[in-house]
Design a protein around this ligand. Structure first.
Ligand code: UVW
Length: 318
């Protein structure tokens, strides 16, 4: 007999919450921890000026990994030289030609920031706003306020794959906050309050190697729920969780069977911003070489009105 999966309400009963902490109108949650002082703390970790960008290519010929049910972005040429070959191109004085294109894309279909109102349970989104405010577009806690604010602070790479001596973590493999701390210790640093946590699993390598078979029995590796873990994120006042997986946590909690409980416990309840589908390979290689795992992290998703998420190309400066 299989045990019944609890409702999110029951599962997270009594879990810590930051609702109201930054006022009744707040839409950026734990990003409020990233004060000017935190920006300068991040800047202090720039040692050589090397720059890394963390976005995966949109429309990568190798494929775009997306959450099941979403489709990769489709880019279409609207104008190119053939437009003038066929007399479709607009005529400008002087004979200017140009290329124009557009994309049809899930806003969560590439490296992205989730809006704090991206998901919910019990009829309430971040900060206690009614889930009905999401109908037709997010009137509250959309991605736009995160884009408006920007995200800058000390970033810390936690290379869980290297820490476990693996090329990539396995399907459904889990780790906890204790593992994150052990990983940091092995890397020669600590995790400090207000650090932006960037976790590498290299799991999406399986997508590039396996193609569609990657989605069979879909269960990504990642952080796994416990009350202690949620309390740790709360007490450490973590502003932003960044990973190289599609959804930042083990897809299904192996103990309870609940799907994506950390999205609810960390994003919906604590207001921690989630950044997903990052490419951490070049950064990880550099960190393994020079043993510098702390740096300045800078990101700002696109300001899309009422959107539940938006593409981003985060930048790390070491
Ligand atoms: C879901 O919303 C299901 O996933 P993500 O956070 O990856 O967009």
């Amino acid at each position: 007999m299989t045990a019944e999966v609890p409702t999110m309400d029951d599962f997270l009963k009594g879990a810590p919450s930051n609702w109201g902490k930054w006022g009744a109108e707040d839409e950026v949650g734990s990003l409020n921890y990233l004060t000017a002082q935190e920006v300068m703390r991040g800047v202090a970790h720039i040692k050589t000026g090397s720059v890394f960008t963390l976005q995966r290519m949109i429309g990568d010929p190798a494929g775009d990994p997306v959450w099941p049910g979403r489709t990769p972005a489709e880019r279409t040429m609207v104008l190119d030289e053939s437009s003038w070959d066929n007399d479709h191109g607009p005529c400008y004085p002087g004979g200017l030609h140009y290329a124009d294109d557009k994309i049809d894309a899930f806003l969560q279909g590439s490296t992205q920031y989730d809006a704090l109102g991206h998901l919910w349970y019990g009829g309430k989104i971040w900060n206690g706003y009614d889930a009905r405010t999401t109908v037709g577009g997010l009137d509250k806690a959309s991605v736009a306020p995160i884009g408006e604010r920007g995200v800058v602070g000390r970033g810390v790479l936690l290379d869980m794959a290297r820490h476990r001596g693996k090329r990539m973590l396995d399907k459904g493999e889990t780790f906890t906050h204790m593992d994150l701390m052990a990983c940091a210790e092995a890397q020669g640093h600590t995790i400090e309050p207000h650090d932006i946590l960037i976790i590498r699993t290299n799991f999406l390598q399986a997508f590039y190697e396996q193609g569609e078979a990657f989605y069979d029995g879909f269960c990504e590796p990642g952080l796994t729920y416990s009350e202690e873990l949620v309390r740790w994120f709360h007490d450490k006042e973590i502003p932003n969780l960044v990973t190289d997986t599609i959804a930042n946590e083990v897809t299904t909690d192996p103990v309870s069977g609940v799907a994506l409980p950390l999205h609810c416990a960390l994003m919906r309840n604590l207001g921690i911003a989630f950044t997903e589908i990052c490419d951490l390979e070049k950064l990880a290689e550099s960190c393994a070489k020079d043993r510098q795992y702390t740096f300045l992290y800078v990101a700002a998703p696109l300001k899309v009105h009422r959107a539940a998420g938006s593409p981003v190309n985060p930048v790390v400066i070491k």
